[in-house]
Design a protein around this ligand. Structure first.
Ligand SMILES: Cc1ncc(C[n+]2csc(CCOP(=O)(O)OP(=O)(O)O)c2C)c(N)n1
Ligand code: SF4
Length: 307
């Protein structure tokens, strides 16, 4: 039996600690996706898992064949086929009566843009897959081009003056498929994150997790500030943390305080927002509009003073 080395620690059924993302992986220092994989280790805790990863930084994480930094079997796919390959693996597991969770791990480019057709098809068929989008808001692996998840105002390799279009609402798209479980996850709130990952692992049918994933390389931020950036995004209301059951029951998981100071700090700690000059005052109306919609969907009564 292999001894644990570095990386995420997973408790197996035998109580043995086991890393899910091992040392020797290729992620940049401070990569949010590494944090996600560490949290996933805690959630998996002995469950049998297979990973499907389309073209992305995640496809490089494992390092050079025949070595792998993942402690589970991982298949790398083209962008367009990830959800289809996962469908095949889930079908084989069902036919063989195997208790296996098939997890698709994809970036925002693979999710919001290039893989959207097969993602939608698998969600519509309610395939037994957990699809995790680690959203670094760029095509990170190819030098940081804009995706439809990049927020307005962010400078990328293909939007040198700052993107002008708003970020696509992927959660609304997934809710429209009426899948059993969808949630947004904050890596700055570990208990909530692991709880949601466990719910997603143990729910049948199609599940979707959307996780904001700091990318110091593309965001032009300090590697040590990733978790703090997510905390600021959640606190300011910029990244709402909530769950959607069956596409219609919305539950807000974490209440923001809508702090302008937190929003200003979020912007100032990333050089990608400098050139466009986007400010917290510029972002606030969009945040308010989103939260009004979210409150209405979650059936919460909105105090007059707050959103
Ligand atoms: C159809 C196709 N177009 C382009 C590429 C080149 N490519 C490989 S990884 C990548 C970026 C993926 O971005 P994202 O899905 O956001 O994941 P990240 O790299 O940020 O982890 C691109 C464009 C490709 N492999 N296939
Ligand atoms: S480019 Fe960004 S997402 Fe890719 S490994 Fe580096 S920090 Fe992580």
């Amino acid at each position: 039996m292999r001894e644990p080395i570095l990386g995420g620690i997973a408790q197996t059924e035998q109580g043995r600690s086991r890393p899910f993302l091992r040392a020797g992986n290729m992620n940049c220092g401070g990569c949010g996706m590494s944090n996600i994989l560490q949290l996933l280790s805690h959630a998996i805790a002995g469950r049998n898992v297979k990973l499907v990863i389309p073209a992305s930084c995640g496809a490089i994480t494992a390092a050079v064949y025949p070595h792998s930094a993942f402690d589970v079997p991982a298949i790398l796919t083209t962008f367009a086929s990830a959800a289809s390959v996962a469908t095949g693996l889930a079908s084989v597991a069902r036919i063989n009566n195997e208790d296996t969770r098939v997890i698709c791990l994809a970036g925002d480019g693979g999710t919001y843009d290039i893989g959207l057709a097969t993602l939608s098809a698998a969600a519509e068929r309610n395939e037994n897959i957990l699809y995790i989008c680690y959203d670094n808001e760029i095509y990170g692996n190819t030098g940081g081009q804009r995706s439809s998840s990049t927020p307005a105002g962010a400078t990328t390799a293909s939007t040198p003056d700052g993107k002008t279009e708003a970020k696509k609402d992927i959660m609304a798209i997934m809710a429209a498929h009426r899948i059993p479980y969808a949630a947004t996850v904050s890596i700055a709130h570990a208990d909530d994150a692991v709880k949601k990952m466990r719910t997603a692992l143990d729910t049948g049918g199609f599940r979707f997790l959307h996780i904001l994933s700091p990318c110091p390389t593309g965001w032009k931020s300090e590697p040590a500030m990733g978790i703090e950036l997510v905390r600021l995004a959640v606190r300011s209301g910029l990244f709402p943390v909530y769950e959607i059951v069956d596409g219609e029951r919305y539950r807000i998981s974490i209440e923001p305080d809508f702090s302008d100071e937190a929003l200003a700090m979020y912007l100032s700690l990333q050089r990608r927002f400098r050139k466009s000059g986007i400010t917290e005052a510029g972002l606030r109306p969009g945040i308010e509009k989103y939260w009004h919609g979210l409150r209405a969907l979650s059936g919460r009564i909105v105090p007059a003073r707050r959103l």
